[in-house]
Design a protein around this ligand. Sequence first.
Ligand code: CA2
Length: 153
Amino acid sequence: MTSTTAGSARGSLLILNGPNLNLLGTREPAIYGSATLDDVADLAAAAAAAAGFSAECIQSNHEGDLVDAIHAARGTAVGIIINAGAYTHTSVAIRDALAAVGLPAVEVHISNVHRREEFRHHSYLSPVCDAVIVGAGIHGYELAVSYLDKTLA
Ligand code: CA2
């Protein structure tokens, strides 16, 4: 799933969502709430637009697609917001891609991963992200846009 808003003065934010996040709003509402991924894309795009950014929202269940999207952001985006889903806890490839492009990046998790199973407590991505937002529900995406709004020129 990909959606893109029209160009803006401050440039584009890449908003990346990883595996199974396409199921948002269909199952596990106690953990992930009832909003859908389209709702997340709309919310993030609206927050981006209010701050003068455009937004490209991409979801993929495939690690290599996420790596490709991060590479493509070099030269096209000014910042990255990433919820890599379960790849957060496994993917050296996504970590290396984020480090390689060197764009400001914010890691977002809808749930409070630290209140959940031990295997969710470690993120390969946090050390290469500028900020990490967990447990704020889908509001975390707006907080991530706000962080980039405040920290990007
Ligand atoms: O809390 C988050 O945002 C997570 O990144 C979500 C991932 C999970 O593996 C991470 O540990 C934390 C899982 C996304 C699965 O999304 C679903 C949504 C609705 C129904 C089923 C799965």
